[in-house]
Ligand binder design. Structure first.
Ligand code: PMP
Length: 394
């Protein structure tokens, strides 16, 4: 399992505070440590105290479909979406998960198990370039109910039941996405992990049947392992809850309470000029993207290219803004069929190769969410790359 091997490699400089100038920097995973500074400045506002006798039960509210979800978390999720305007929560069940990784698997399980007998396996597809973890999530347990079906654009011409995973803004390339297969027997799971105003303009309020969000990429609290799904259909939500029950008998209450606290602070401060997380996050991401684009543009011979994102009116900020995605989808411009991942590795920069995302080795995905010192080193190493005209990178 490639994904897990990469995880092991993460015990490098990007996880330590004293960065050695010759250390390999890991931009392969998207560990969202970039926002630590903001939360540190918030001091005790997000401190949660849990007494020894509290939160001991498996249960939170047995009258709810998602009986292991703390009411405080549900209220905090609904409150934040209402304040930001990035998803419809009315007439929807909320299912909490151990990260949206668990919820994505729960949703795939739910949708495929609700299909009539004899219509399995269901193909799970996503338009390339896609989030490479979807491949692992749909193949690892070798389910008989679903199987990874690859690039959704290639699947368009095929018959049969399918589930399309739509990531918007997309991981790895930051583009806004819609479903591509569009057949009546298909189901769609919208992964909206990055549909927040520090990454992208909030142009509309999606109201899809299944929408996934994660605490990890919203605030940077990946270690809490909290995600949530907004689900229209009660049966689908119940099956997802059943999956989570079999898988982990619910979700850590301590994590839920911490997430509730942090989400509430985000809601309270979201209109503040001095304390707003989204203002801080947007400025931080914009600053990083401006610097990265500067380095790429200063390179002679257009060695690298980055996608360009159109400005759009953001309903949250009330003005047109650009997109500043969580990952840079970097391409090597002047050498066709070059292995950009290997080239960057020679400079001690570990990235995720495009071929793991259903694309090619000319592309890599590099995290934009690392700590400041790692990001500076990344820019420095990128700027120092030169490719002689005769050099072959194959
Ligand atoms: N979906 C997408 C598109 C992601 O990029 C990520 C995190 N890399 C996840 C889901 C998983 O997030 P979590 O930490 O909540 O499992």
């Amino acid at each position: 399992m490639v994904g897990f091997e990469y995880a092991k490699k993460s015990d490098n400089a990007s996880n330590k505070n004293n960065l050695l100038s010759d250390a390999v920097i890991n931009l392969d995973h998207g560990d969202p440590t970039a926002f630590e500074e903001y939360w540190r400045k918030m001091g005790d506002r997000c401190t949660v105290v849990i007494k020894g006798w509290e939160l001991m039960s498996y249960f939170s509210d047995v009258n709810k479909v998602c009986w292991f979800m703390e009411p405080e978390l549900e209220n905090a999720i609904r409150g934040l979406h209402a304040a930001v305007g990035n998803a419809a929560t009315e007439e929807r069940y909320i299912v909490v998960g151990t990260g949206s990784t668990q919820l994505c698997q729960a949703a795939v399980h739910s949708l495929s198990s609700l299909r009539p007998c004899g219509t399995h396996p269901v193909s799970v597809v996503a338009a390339a370039p896609y989030y490479s973890t979807y491949v692992e999530e749909t193949t690892y347990v070798r389910s008989e109910m679903y199987r990874w079906g690859g690039d959704a654009r290639r699947y368009e011409k095929e018959e049969g039941p399918y589930i399309e995973l739509v990531t918007s803004p997309n991981n790895p390339d930051g583009t806004m996405r819609e479903e591509v297969v569009k057949r009546p027997q298909g189901k769609v799971i919208y992964d909206l992990a990055y549909y927040w105003p520090h990454f992208t303009p909030i142009t509309h309020r999606p109201h899809h049947d299944i929408m996934l969000f994660t605490f990890s990429k919203l605030s940077g609290h990946a270690g809490s392992r909290i995600g949530w799904a907004l689900v229209k259909d009660k049966e689908v939500a119940k099956k997802m809850v059943e999956y989570i029950m079999v898988n982990s008998i619910g979700v850590s209450k301590e994590s839920q309470m911490r997430a509730a606290k942090v989400l509430n602070v985000m809601t309270e401060t979201c209109r503040s000029h001095s304390d707003s997380f989204f203002l801080y996050g947007r400025d931080k991401m914009k600053n990083r993207w401006d610097k990265l684009r500067e380095v790429v543009e200063q390179q002679s011979d257009d060695i690298f290219t980055l996608p360009k994102y159109p400005e759009a009116f953001c309903n949250f900020f009330g003005k047109p803004i650009g997109s500043y995605p969580a990952f840079a989808w970097l391409a090597i411009g002047c050498h066709e069929e070059s292995d950009l991942g290997s080239l960057l590795m020679k400079q001690k920069v570990l990235t995720r190769s495009g071929n793991r995302c259903g694309s090619d080795k000319n592309h890599v995905r590099a995290s934009m969410l690392c700590r400041d010192d790692v990001f500076s080193l990344f820019l420095h190493r990128l700027a120092s790359i030169t490719i002689p005209a005769t050099d072959s990178l194959h």
